[in-house]
Design a protein around this ligand. Structure first.
Ligand SMILES: Nc1nc2c(ncn2[C@@H]2O[C@H](COP(=O)(O)OP(=O)(O)OP(=O)(O)O)[C@@H](O)[C@H]2O)c(=O)[nH]1
Length: 373
């Protein structure tokens, strides 16, 4: 069966990068707003409320700008061109020019342009900090005020100062309310982002606690059981398990104290981890007992791995546990043949038996338990 990899319409329009998708979607919403506004302005011109040539120029300015922002975002050029990946300030400035221009050319219908100012802080929720949102709202209000002053000065007969004052008062009210709301929503958004990050790191910690041995950082017995079951289902290659038990470990605890005993365990885990392959699984099975699962390994190769581990431990004495102290271990190895038929519980029991034989034969050695006939 072949899986279709053709992108859907949403992916075609917005791309696949999750962070860029949001920014691209915002530019698309901005484009649609411009398109609807251009239609509304055209209707105003047809009704004789606004000048046709002015509204056409404004429509071209706002639609070309909106298209450009969309293309910059969709193509991924925007983050490469500016440190502000969403081009928030550039887009806000362009929107502000469009709204001020709309106010100046909408004739008696210009009061409607004031409503558009509400949108400025709302778009900012996604890309600006609360402080930047407030600054942007204030700048927008000042820009509209300048347009009002300019118009009442240059065309006093058409722009009644009392009406314009009312427009400014309404602009101040709607912008203040939308800024407060945008700030509150922005705060909620950041709080939920923080909580999500905390939850993810708590989950990571819980997973580590559930699968790792706290002292050595190795896989713990519970997680090892699951990995063993998975390995047993994996067909095709010979498999070996080794049960490893440190020699005369109790003496270290008794003579040097528990903390030094812990250090010996950590030291062994470190050296062993560096010795085995990445695909092997080394787990702390109990106190000073470790289980090593070696996939795709013959018994001879397993013996060689443990000989290498012994050599590395000899080459790395642990002074904290006594002058020239070297960690030694007794190990039992059981081969399982094809992993698909491996009875790992039985193999572990055989490796355990071989490990006890190694102890009885004088310690510091690895013995191979042959596969049952
Ligand atoms: N420091 C430390 N000691 C531990 C830990 N877990 C188990 N032990 C100790 O490990 C010791 C194991 O002792 P034994 O089972 O007699 O084994 P041994 O002294 O290594 O002797 P052989 O195995 O016969 O060579 C006990 O004293 C346990 O208390 C641990 O997490 N930290």
């Amino acid at each position: 069966m072949t899986v279709s990899t053709r992108p859907g319409p949403a992916e075609l329009l917005l791309g696949s990068d999750p962070q860029r998708r949001l920014h691209t979607l915002l530019t698309l919403v901005g484009w649609l707003t411009c398109f609807v506004m251009a239609c509304a302005q055209h209707a105003a011109a047809m009704l004789g409320l606004a000048d046709e040539a002015h509204t056409s120029r404004l429509a071209v300015f706002s639609l070309v700008g909106a298209t450009l922002f969309y293309l910059l975002m969709r193509s991924g050029l925007a983050p490469r061109l500016a440190s502000d990946a969403a081009l928030s300030w550039l887009q806000a400035s362009w929107a502000l020019v469009s709204i001020s221009w709309a106010y100046a050319v909408s004739g008696p219908a210009r009061g409607a342009a004031v409503v558009l100012l509400v949108l400025m802080p709302l778009f900012g929720i996604f890309t600006l900090t609360p402080r930047q949102t407030r600054l942007m709202a204030l700048t927008s209000f000042l820009a509209i005020t300048l347009v009002v002053v300019w118009k009442t000065q240059s065309e006093p007969l058409r722009y009644d100062p009392r009406v314009e004052l009312m427009h400014l008062i309404f602009a101040a009210i709607v912008m203040s309310v939308s800024t407060v709301l945008a700030t509150l929503i922005g705060r909620l958004k950041r709080q939920s982002q923080r909580e999500r990050a905390e939850l993810a790191s708590a989950l990571e910690r819980i997973q580590a606690l559930a699968t790792k041995d706290e002292l050595t950082g190795l896989t713990n017995r519970r997680a090892a059981g699951e990995q063993l079951r998975r390995a047993a289902r994996d067909p095709g290659a010979p498999l070996c398990v080794a049960m490893i038990d440190l020699d005369r470990f109790k003496q270290v605890n008794d003579s040097r104290g528990h903390a030094v005993g812990d250090e010996v365990l950590r030291h062994f885990a470190r050296v062993a981890r560096e010795t085995v392959r990445a695909e092997d699984m080394l787990a702390r099975w109990g106190g000073e007992e470790f289980l090593l699962l070696m996939p795709a390994t013959t018994p001879e190769q397993a013996l060689a791995v443990l000989a290498r581990l012994r050599a590395r431990l000899h080459a790395a004495p642990l002074a904290a546990a006594g002058p020239g102290y070297v960690v030694t271990f007794s190990a039992g190895i059981a081969a399982c043949g094809d992993a698909a038929d491996a009875d790992l519980d039985a193999a572990i029991a055989r490796a355990d038996a071989a490990m006890y034989r190694a102890k009885h034969e004088g310690r510091d050695r690895a013995l191979l338990e042959p596969a049952p006939a």
